[in-house]
Ligand binder design. Structure first.
Ligand SMILES: O=c1ccn([C@@H]2O[C@H](COP(=O)(O)O)[C@@H](O)[C@H]2O)c(=O)[nH]1
Length: 511
């Protein structure tokens, strides 16, 4: 019997598509409020799904009905789902989104329901009860079927449990990804993973842990706001495949569903092609997905601009960065997440056990105050890491609690200082002095952009290098000048002249 992944790969190649079309008859989409009887509701759900299948068949690598919406229809929901699934041609895989997980004997009954009655080819499962809760779906008589294990789901609450750090420093979702690999290898089971397109760091980590062969289902593109390019970049294997992009509402609520599905399929394929060609032209230097996202976002916000700018130093720079223009809630949220990604990617700032190597994030007034706040919040939300947060006032208060320092106590603590850029390094040096005075240890600095240019011909180190040298601390940046050049090399849209001027500037002034 053909295995699930062989069937899926054949279909993916046939239609040249990684699009998985969701069949989710939400009650508001089938007019449940107007429809009176259960029979009418079921008929409406059936028509809803059938019209989606008819419109999207040429573009669908597979279909993913979510059982919840059929169970919500009452006792006839299951029959309706069975009828819907019969509308899907036999060469197109059916991935039933049921998210089951139970003891072995009960799991066996669930498997029978999914495969014998509904004739699904694969299911989604929660793996939290362990291998014996998964095995009944993918071994013995169902060895040809497949299962996608919930690894790092697309919802914000996925950080509450799935991103927890284990005692050995691994994230729980990384352990799940490794287990999927190990269980597949030891039992021959066809196991894939569910990793939300809303978290490209988790996608990259899960891919690394599960290996090249594992298929990843990455929901969250469309209604949940996941970034398609970032997700594909992080989650595909080195052949530019092994990833399914499921979309439900983004298609079902489109005015023209066929056009929406086609557009998504084309966009996915164009992005695959683009990423492949970037790989081919890579000079071996790396730019991480979060760095690329940060640069693209900075450009979109007008924070990063190309042109001709006279700096304080008198140099004419081909680019200018003004972090003060991250000026909305959404922009600050993204900015905090970029800083958090840079911190977690810096070996000197992490403890090797999934945590960080500092206790307090300190933002010097004024710009550092908001940067520290959004980054501390992002570390907590994205990585479950709760560090202290502190800032200073420029003028000491002589009433109330008084003093210049606000927030977490820093005496005896390891402190990471955050800022936007280092120009002369004055704010950082002052912070160092103040932290030393109160008995705190400044263990590093994190900034958004390192211009990485010589201060002068007489002193050919950069402002960042001078801070590192003088204060004996490491400075981590989200991006630096070299990465900006790399980004431009890989993004022809900004034009060859911009790239040429940045290259020239770097060769003249870069460190
Ligand atoms: O992490 C997960 C796991 C499953 N889903 C399911 O996928 C679809 C997404 O629907 P959209 O309308 O495209 O947002 C839905 O059935 C979810 O239950 C998920 O979103 N995230």
């Amino acid at each position: 019997m053909t295995s699930f992944f062989a069937k899926l790969e054949a279909r993916v190649n046939d239609v040249d598509s990684l699009l998985c079309v969701g069949l989710d008859p939400h009650s508001k989409d089938i007019g449940s409020d107007d429809v009176k009887t259960p029979e009418d509701k079921c008929a409406a759900a059936f028509t809803f799904c059938k019209t989606i299948i008819d419109a999207t068949l040429p573009y669908a690598a597979c279909y993913k009905p979510n059982a919840a919406f059929f169970e919500a229809l009452g006792s006839q929901g299951e029959t309706t789902l069975e009828r819907v699934l019969k509308e899907i041609p036999s060469n197109v895989p059916i991935l039933l989104d049921v998210k089951r997980g139970d003891i072995g004997s009960t799991a066996t009954a669930y498997a029978e329901a999914c495969y014998e009655h509904l004739k699904a080819d694969a299911v989604t499962l929660s793996p939290l009860m362990g291998w014996d809760s998964v095995a009944p779906f993918v071994t013995e008589s169902y060895a040809h079927k497949g299962a996608f294990l919930l690894c790092k789901t697309s919802n914000p609450g996925s950080n509450d449990i799935l991103a927890l750090n284990l005692a050995n420093g691994e994230k729980l979702y990384e352990r799940i990804a490794k287990l999927a690999h190990d269980w597949s290898t030891s039992s021959g089971a066809s196991l894939g993973l569910v990793v939300g397109a809303t978290d490209s760091v988790a996608l990259a980590n899960a891919r690394k842990a599960a290996g090249e062969k594992a298929w990843i289902l990455a929901p969250g593109v469309g209604a949940q706001g996941g970034d398609l390019e970032a997700a594909l970049r992080a989650g595909m294997n080195s052949n530019g495949t092994a990833m399914l992009i499921p979309v439900s509402r983004g298609i079902s609520r489109a005015e023209d569903r066929a056009a929406a599905a086609k557009e998504l399929m084309v966009k996915i394929n164009e992005t695959r092609k683009k990423l492949k060609s970037e790989e081919g032209s890579s000079s071996g230097d790396a730019i991480q997905p979060y760095q690329k996202e940060f640069l693209e976002f900075s450009l979109s916000q007008g924070v990063l601009k190309f042109g001709s700018f006279v700096l304080k130093s008198g140099r004419t720079s081909p680019y200018f960065f003004n972090a003060g223009l991250f000026a909305s809630g959404a922009a600050l949220d993204k900015l905090g997440r970029s800083y958090a990604s840079a911190i977690m990617a810096a070996p000197q700032l992490v403890d090797g056990k999934g945590g960080v190597a500092f206790d307090v994030l300190f933002g010097p007034a004024y710009k550092g105050i908001s940067l520290g706040a959004v980054t501390a919040a992002a570390l907590y939300r994205d990585y479950g890491i709760d560090v202290g947060y502190a800032y200073n006032r420029k003028e000491a208060k002589d009433h109330g609690e008084g003093g210049q320092l606000v927030g977490a106590g820093m005496t005896g603590k390891r402190v990471l200082v955050i800022d936007d850029v280092i120009t002369a390094g004055t704010a950082i040096r002052e912070s160092h002095e103040m932290l030393t005075t109160i008995g705190a240890k400044m263990v590093g600095v994190v900034i958004a952009l390192d211009r990485a240019e010589k201060r002068s011909l007489e002193d050919p180190v950069s402002a960042v290098q001078a801070v590192e040298r003088d204060l004996s601390v490491s400075v981590t940046s989200i991006v630096n000048l070299q990465q900006l050049q790399l980004f431009l090399e890989k993004s022809p849209d900004y034009g060859n002249d911009v790239l040429a001027t940045v290259k020239e500037y770097r060769s003249k002034f870069g460190v």
